[in-house]
Design a protein around this ligand. Structure first.
Ligand code: MG
Length: 252
């Protein structure tokens, strides 16, 4: 797989000739470096500056699609003209509506997990209203093992209603009714101008369906080499900032 910054010639013509660019960006681990706790993550100032410039270009539309709640990610991006979507693209101006049974299963799974992990140091749960996450950054290996076992139990018990995605030191548990980032990207591309070029940059397992949804465009996965559906790689969020600066130079 090629590094996007080193293979820029392979994309430059497409960026210049596209009628419009639909730029989709993940937040944590992509725009913002990962931190021990999600509340510590912030958008680096140079990235905010380039997003501000890009958001003013009439040919560019920018979406930040995060697993966070919408208000949370909007507050952290805070760039006029950049639309932030929460809960993997499904929270936009209100929580998505879910079936009563799904909500009941979500609540049951959450309390079952909390009970199983009671007292395991370094693990903590984050309630996102229509989903929840189990964080294990900095946890002892024994606590990590307990978390892994508990998550597998959850998959078995609640797999009909809930899906579990493993990320970087985090498991995200969400209703199957929330269809994830790939469907969210597809939905927005349906409303894009013809000749629009999608660009998707993300770092996580939850971004993989979105790479597939934007595979006719330019896709890049951030972080260490691993199996991915993205066509290019970027090493870290500061390279994402540099890629956005290069992109800014290509769209007058
Ligand atoms: Mg991420």
């Amino acid at each position: 797989m090629r590094y996007l910054l080193e293979a820029w010639n392979a994309v430059v013509e497409r960026l210049r000739s596209a009628k419009s660019i639909e730029l989709f960006l993940d937040f944590d681990g992509t725009l913002a470096p990962l931190r021990a706790r999600p509340e510590q993550a912030h958008l680096p100032a140079p990235t905010r500056r380039v997003l501000r410039r890009l958001a003013r270009r009439p040919r560019v539309r920018i979406w930040v699609i995060s697993g966070r709640r919408q208000a949370d990610v909007s507050g952290r991006v805070a760039v006029p003209g950049v639309l932030c979507l929460g809960l993997y693209g499904w929270e936009n101006g209100g929580l998505p509506s879910l079936h009563d049974e799904t909500l009941r299963m979500l609540a049951e799974a959450r309390s079952a997990l909390a009970k199983r992990l009671d007292g395991s140091a370094g693990l903590w749960m984050e309630d996102k209203g229509a989903a929840f996450a189990l964080h294990c950054r900095g946890a002892e290996p024994s606590a990590f093992g307990r978390a892994h076992a508990a998550i597998e139990g959850l998959r078995g018990e609640f797999g009909r209603w809930l899906s579990v995605t493993g990320g970087d030191c985090v498991w995200e548990v969400m209703p199957r009714e929330l269809r994830g980032k790939g469907d969210a990207v597809r939905l927005h591309l349906r409303h894009a101008r013809s000749g629009a070029l999608p660009v998707y940059i993300g770092d996580d397992a939850a971004d993989e369906p979105a790479f597939a949804a934007a595979s006719h465009g330019i896709t890049a996965r951030v972080g260490a080499a691993r199996q991915t559906r993205a066509a290019f790689r970027l090493r870290n969020p500061s390279e994402v900032g540099r890629a956005l600066e290069k992109l800014d130079l290509e769209v007058p």
